[in-house]
Write a new protein. Structure first.
Lengths: 359, 336
């Protein structure tokens, strides 16, 4: 490592204690229903992780276009927040976007097809890994210009308000995007006009290869909401039980008060920035990654479920194997799927679609 | 003869009122339409294009936004993705650069990157152009930036009737439209005209303003009126010019251009913007690609010089296209 940063200091469990939520379920006795949901969360963690392994494989094998960014290590954030939102609450996100649409009902096959540029992909191969989209599932895109989509997040919330709908818009972005000026134009509008939007900073503590402490004058990014009079806090993003609690509470606040919220969810990516990030030692040590893996969301959740007798050791292996098999099949099926015809390149530059349709 | 009851004369409208009326008509017709911009509500816009709209439609539909062009455009796209039609006013079209990323990366690509599953029905309009002593940041005609970005439509009317008809068409188009209003024409008396309410000018249709057989002069926006003067001067010299007002740059009405050029064999293109990579260059390139064998003279262009727009008028007028410059260049082509 070239510069000796402080390491993953924000990942300690004490983060969640600072949270305004009631203590995590791990302190009380969970109900059977809660445990069932958490087992499902664990299954999703395995599925997303396996999916990402397969997407990396697609990249390595030259099947996945130019750029690819995996969500490995950050699964609890999307699982918790999307798990707690309502089905029709719209989501908009940045470029590390494979997990959200799958959690919202787009099939892994369609996502993999888009990554591999196949006709069955969410955008018939014209969008790609960073630009998944499914309005019918309320996913309004992964976006490739860092920070640029946050104003659209405010716009989605504006449409909710204008239509008088009981929905909350979720706008995911990273710690790197938090330095883009447009984020603050959007926050100002959201507060000024009482828009029901959650600005959700997935703080994985490194913007590509620039560590948080080197890119942010004050690394507590949630505090930037102060200037706009928006409620804000930093919460944990590795323990999905805690993530769900915080998400439920904050979504409820936004829905009830019709006010925006800025939440900084502390997380960590175990993989490189992108599939072509070959030398992570330039910005972080192996020890730091190992340290962070002690709070691997899969580890935390499986320990909890084992402790409460919801699963046995053998179930873990079983879940992992099922996910492996499923995603390997997704890979095979997608790689055999047809590519778009060359003539399709001129289609959809302009559209005849009237705005009423498809929304 | 039976006595006739004279129909009440239709009021002549200026360019600005035409725009205002078109926007109002669409606001009445389309309850899902919203207007957003800086000082467009309470103040009615810096030039008055949106005057009275907030009073009529309320502050929820005619929204005074903070000075945040990027987020104005970005939030408009977000609204559009949920089915709103949004009219965005740039106080001056020069300020559009602050929203550039949102326009060229997000709005322009939306239909394509979703394989036609999403549309962005927004119109970004604003006052453009020089001849008013506005200096470098209040005088630009930067349409080439957006004509260069596939997925956007680009419009620039030169008359009140076209301003009205094109605005209606733009606000009904499901694609993002960048609409250049010529602020120098907003209140020009001599171009006022009657505008029937159902006037509609489809995007992508040029108009032949004057027929002629000796030279084709193609322009749009403010210089169009200079070209009309020049056509009169040329006629005194025995040169009959055919005048084409493009009205829409994207999509471009190539058919009307080529039909005329094939007839006259000589062509001059005039745009107010700076020279390098200006739209006149694009028109000439396409004429070369499609009508080369019909040409009797090299196609030429008159544009602004490759300088920023200076503040002081003698200098400003020196760099912008002028009647003299257009006349001399047209004569050169005619005599070639």
């Amino acid at each position: 490592m070239r510069r000796n940063g402080k390491g993953a200091s924000f990942l300690s469990t004490k983060e969640s204690k600072k949270s305004k939520s009631k203590p995590s379920a791990s302190n009380g006795k969970p109900t059977r229903k809660e445990l069932e949901q958490l087992v499902e969360d664990l299954r999703w963690m395995y599925r997303i992780r396996e999916f990402e392994d397969q997407s990396m494989r697609a990249f390595r094998n030259g099947l996945a276009g130019g750029y690819l960014h995996v969500y490995t290590g950050m699964e609890a954030v999307a699982i918790g927040w999307i798990g707690e939102k309502r089905e029709d609450d719209p989501v908009i996100a940045a470029y590390r976007d494979h997990a959200y649409p799958m959690l919202m009902g787009v099939s892994p096959y369609e996502v993999m097809c888009e990554i591999m540029g196949r006709r069955d992909g969410t955008s018939k191969g014209k969008g790609g890994s960073m630009h998944l989209y499914s309005a019918e599932k309320h996913f309004f895109g992964g976006w490739g210009i860092v920070g640029g989509h946050t104003a659209m997040g405010a716009g989605l919330a504006f449409a909710i308000k204008y239509r008088g709908e009981d929905r909350v818009a979720l706008c995911f972005y990273g710690d790197g995007a938090a330095n883009a000026g447009i984020v603050y134009e959007a926050m100002n509008m959201a507060s000024l006009w009482d828009l029901p939007v959650v600005f959700l900073i997935e703080n994985n503590q490194v913007a590509m290869g620039t560590r948080l402490e080197y890119h942010a004058a004050d690394p507590e990014l949630h505090k930037r909401a102060v200037g706009f009079g928006i409620e804000h806090e930093r919460v944990d993003g590795m323990d999905v039980i805690q993530v769900r609690k915080d998400a439920a509470r904050i979504l409820d606040y936004v829905r009830k008060n019709q006010r925006p919220y800025v939440v900084e969810v502390m997380t960590y990516r175990f993989a490189g920035h992108g599939a072509a990030d070959h030398d992570q030692s330039l910005y972080r040590s192996k020890e730091e990654v190992e340290q962070a893996k002690k709070r691997d969301p899969i580890l935390l959740l499986s320990q909890y479920l084992l402790k409460h007798g919801a699963i046995e050791e053998s179930d873990l292996e079983q879940m992992q194997k099922e996910a492996e098999k499923e995603m390997a099949e997704v890979y095979e099926k997608a790689s055999a799927a047809p590519k778009p015809d060359p003539h399709e390149v001129y289609e959809d530059v302009y559209t005849d679609m009237q705005p009423e349709e498809g929304h | 003869m039976s006595p006739e009851i004279a129909a009440p004369p239709i009021e002549k409208k200026n360019y600005l009122t035409a725009l205002k009326d078109a926007i109002r008509l669409e606001m009445q017709r389309n309850p899902d339409m919203i207007c957003i911009g800086e000082d467009i509500g309470l103040l009615g816009g810096a030039f008055g294009v949106t005057e009275g709209l907030q009073e009529e439609f309320g502050a929820d539909r005619v929204i005074d936004a903070p000075i945040s062009e990027a987020a104005i455009v970005g939030s408009a796209i977000g609204m559009a993705l949920r089915g709103r039609t949004v009219m965005v006013e740039m106080q001056f079209i020069d300020f559009i650069s602050c929203g550039f990323d949102q326009i060229v990366n997000n709005a322009a690509t939306m239909a394509y990157r979703t394989a036609g599953k999403a549309s962005v029905p927004i119109v970004i309009r604003g006052p453009s152009g020089g001849y008013g002593g506005g200096g470098p940041y209040h005088s630009q005609q930067n349409e080439a930036w957006f004509a260069h970005s596939p997925g956007l439509k680009v419009v620039c009317p030169s008359t009140p009737r076209d301003a009205y008809g094109l605005m209606v068409a733009s606000l009904r188009d499901p694609n993002p439209v960048i609409f250049y209003e010529v602020k120098d024409l907003y209140r020009k008396r001599e171009i006022e005209e009657e505008i029937p309410e159902d006037t509609y000018v489809p995007l992508g249709s040029a108009s032949v303003v004057r027929e002629g057989s000796d030279i084709t002069i193609i322009s749009y926006g403010n210089p169009m009126h200079m070209c009309i003067k020049v056509a009169g001067m040329l006629a005194d010299d025995g040169v009959e010019a055919e005048l084409i007002d493009l009205r829409t740059l994207v999509p471009l009405d190539e058919e009307t251009i080529y039909r005329s050029v094939k007839k006259t064999g000589r062509v001059l293109v005039v745009n107010e913007a700076s020279r390098t990579c200006g739209f006149a260059g694009e028109v000439i390139a396409r004429i070369n690609e499609n009508c080369f064998e019909y040409l009797d003279a090299p196609p030429l262009r008159v544009t602004r010089a490759d300088t920023p727009v200076p503040w002081v008028q003698p200098l400003e007028l020196a760099v912008l296209p002028s009647v003299e410059q257009i006349y001399e260049t047209a004569l050169r082509i005619a005599k070639f």
